[in-house]
Write a protein that binds this ligand. Structure first.
Ligand code: 5GP
Length: 177
């Protein structure tokens, strides 16, 4: 693997596609064992999770539904400050097991907002599956049920993750050189 140049930045190889695929298979095996009787709905958080979702869901061996969502945060006119909206969820999730599929959990704040929105929808339970997790950056105590690979607090690109809109298509993961 060689260096990756994106705009003004150089990135060096960090996690190989082989290692990622092995981690994805491990996550899938856990989900297959634990959620097989749940008929869950997988909520893929765009844009970053598209590649992880594609690899993960090919390994899921029980019936499930898949929906693609975006989390939008904006400052509303309310005194409570920022408002979070879940865009793209058309399925009824009442009494469903919802598996949130994320690219990376860093501070966990995006996930917390998403969970707050979901918890108002009378779901049965939620589970979180993420390709990458930076435990040392986490700013809340949200439980991550299924983690592909834990990484230090470094900025990474590839495997769905971008720098300024680029790099998402790389099958390996790179870190700032
Ligand atoms: P959090 O709310 O957990 O801090 O951040 C979640 C989002 O920040 C991720 O879904 C991702 O879009 C972005 N993010 C966090 N860490 C990284 C990183 O190392 N690289 C890239 N490209 N995006 C990141």
């Amino acid at each position: 693997m060689s260096l990756l140049k994106i705009k003004d930045k150089q990135f060096k190889p960090y996690i190989s596609s082989e290692k990622i695929q092995e981690a994805v298979k491990n996550v899938a095996a856990k989900i297959n064992a634990e959620l097989k009787d749940e008929f869950p709905i997988f909520l893929v958080v765009l844009n970053g999770a598209f590649m992880f979702a594609s690899d993960l869901l090919k390994e899921i061996n029980f019936p499930c539904e898949i929906s693609f969502v975006k989390v939008a945060s904006y400052h509303g006119a309310t005194s409570s400050g920022s408002v979070t909206e879940l865009i793209g969820l058309t399925e009824d999730v009442t009494n469903r097991t919802v598996v949130i599929v994320e690219d990376i959990v860093d501070t966990g704040l995006t996930l917390e907002k998403l969970i707050n929105v979901l918890s108002k929808k009378n779901i049965k339970q939620y589970k979180v599956a993420t390709a990458f997790f930076k435990p040392s950056s986490l700013k809340n105590n949200i439980k991550i049920h299924y983690t592909g690979i834990e990484i230090p607090n470094d900025f990474v690109v590839g495997y769905g993750l971008d720098y300024d809109g680029l790099g998402r298509n790389q099958k390996n993961v790179f870190v700032l050189a």
